[in-house]
Design a protein around this ligand. Sequence first.
Ligand SMILES: Cc1ncc(COP(=O)(O)O)c(C=O)c1O
Length: 435
Amino acid sequence: MAAGMGNPIIANCASKTTSPAILGGDPLITTHDWPSWPQWNSDTDEKRLLEVMRSGVWSRDKITEEFEKRWAQMMGSKRCLAVVNGTNALNTSLAQLEIGWGDEVLVTPYTFIASVSCILFNGAIPVFVDVDPKTFQMDPSKIEEKITPFTKAILPVHILGLPCDMERIMGIARKHNLLVVEDSCQAWLAEINGKKVGTFGNAGCFSFQTSKNMPIGEGGAIISDDDELMDRCFSFHNYGNPYGSTAGQIGAGTVMIGTKLRITEYQAAIGLAQLERLDKQTTVRNENAAFLKSLIGKIPGIVPYELYENVTKAAFHLFPFLYQKEDFKDLPKNKFLEALRAEGVPCSGGYTELNKMPFLKNAFESKYYRKFYPEERLDYEKYMNENMCPLNEKLCNEQAIWIPQNILLGSKSDMKNIAFAIEKVFNNAEQIKNK
Ligand SMILES: Cc1ncc(COP(=O)(O)O)c(C=O)c1O
């Protein structure tokens, strides 16, 4: 029999009396298949795809235009441009807003590499703003202290699909005359007071890579109400060929530096098919996340994510919570994860510290950075000291636990089982630690 008797924390949780799976007991979740990912309809979606193939029109055309129109409509944005991926949506937005050499861009360290590499790709310097661990987002109260005469933009990342405090961030941006590019690559349909994330700043960027809640395989999008910016993005993504207002300015022929970032009609067709289910799936994720949060919030040492007050919908690319090992007899985070996985719950420890990774030093030491920047701006040791983010460090190394989005498409009883599994690990923490 497992350690600790008495009443279960979560009603009807029977796990107290069974041995933890990591110590040879039966897993709490045994024969269950979690919802698979990506999902598609073998009838209607495959038909859309075959139609593209049989039409012989495979490169960017009407279906891509339709997808862009639909995404812009769903976002409540004037314009949308589909591009090859979220990484290049970010690269392009920054480039066309002329954020680059000499500039500093404020960004969270708690994100995927592309949120930071887009800044370096354009020749600017990322400046890290520490996180608010309760929400997992860039802490708006720490932004202003990081602003210098070089600061050109803020790059809020709605990480894990939970919206940043955009109203506050936009207030700071307006006050200091900064541009804002929203990395919404994990935040499809998330909203603040009914307004979709990605529509607050000068541009919003999305990813449609396979693991994402809106999966196409690869794909991305830029949205904005700024016609001139969107015309420039369009030209840039098509070799710098004239488009809209860029055509009028300079005349015929290639009008600006560009590259090729166009998606295919196949991708657009899959995108249109995915749009049919995104809204409903987002509702299910929100409902299950709230339910799971209400259950696991009762377990000592488990602190589920918080949403800012004005958030009306999250995307939940991941379901995050904070783990406090003090309440789990000092069981380290990696052992907690192992024990939970053994019970049949897919989970991970999330991001490692981006602001300490070698790619930053590599950029500072590169030929281009050394050519452009004066030596004092490339003092890496000073930069590192100024960009320490202690709360992010703790979040990455000790606290953050993620459950993937497809799990949130399960049933209410699946959510209960996840909570029971966590309670089971809690009840047996001492034994697991000593294994
Ligand atoms: C926060 C964030 N930004 C940017 C990206 C880049 O998107 P993509 O993989 O489509 O290039 C991702 C994708 O993983 C992401 O999660």
